[in-house]
Design a protein around this ligand. Sequence first.
Ligand code: AP5
Ligand code: MG
Length: 188
Amino acid sequence: MVLLFMGAPGSGKGTQSERVVDKLSIVQISTGEILRKAKADATPMGLEAKKFMDAGTLVPDEVVIGIIKERIVEDDCKGGFILDGFPRTVGQAEALDIMMKENDLAIDHVVYFDVPEKELVDRLLSRAKLEGRSDDNMEAIQKRMVTFKKDTEPLLDYYKNRGLVRSIDGTGTMVQVTGRLNEAIGIS
Ligand code: AP5
Ligand code: MG
């Protein structure tokens, strides 16, 4: 099973990935997490990515495409994977199509978590107090929202044309959202 999780910052992509990976025996691939680790390890890629991430803008396509290209061919991806936060631009989506074809894979579902902006901002500001993520401040949050609308939201049409989009209400409790997710992708 190959799933793409799409949604604005704070919509629950990471939370819901973690809640379903074990049940589906698949792995979560979060470009945000991979980049945050590279940043913490101060690798050349991490240092390059830092300025974009802290500002709430996108890391260049070639960097994230390179990450995904290497990651999806690893052994633990053989049973399937969730792409959490990739693709985010049409260029990334086109590169993913090529990679999928090369590896004889196909996207099963593109899940869109729909959450009103006010709730997104509240969630991220609450997380800021708990985790202190460097992009969970008002300025970067606003930039992330604008970037999502401009660069990533158009991808919904890209996948809608292929009948792959399952749009779900991302509000309510985490358990309620998981229930809707399971129903949308046809698992019980
Ligand atoms: P990334 O790490 O992907 O961040 P994001 O998209 O901004 O989204 P978040 O991780 O903040 O939110 P989420 O949807 O995972 O929600 P979560 O489950 O955490 O990317 C960070 C940066 O890396 C980007 O800005 C960019 O610079 C770079 N990057 C990453 N991928 C890239 C790409 N493909 N191309 C270019 N650049 C890229 O939930 C949020 C909070 O809400 C949590 O505290 C959670 O506990 C809480 N919560 C979740 N569900 C609920 C619920 N139902 N009710 C109440 N609270 C909830
Ligand atoms: Mg996340």
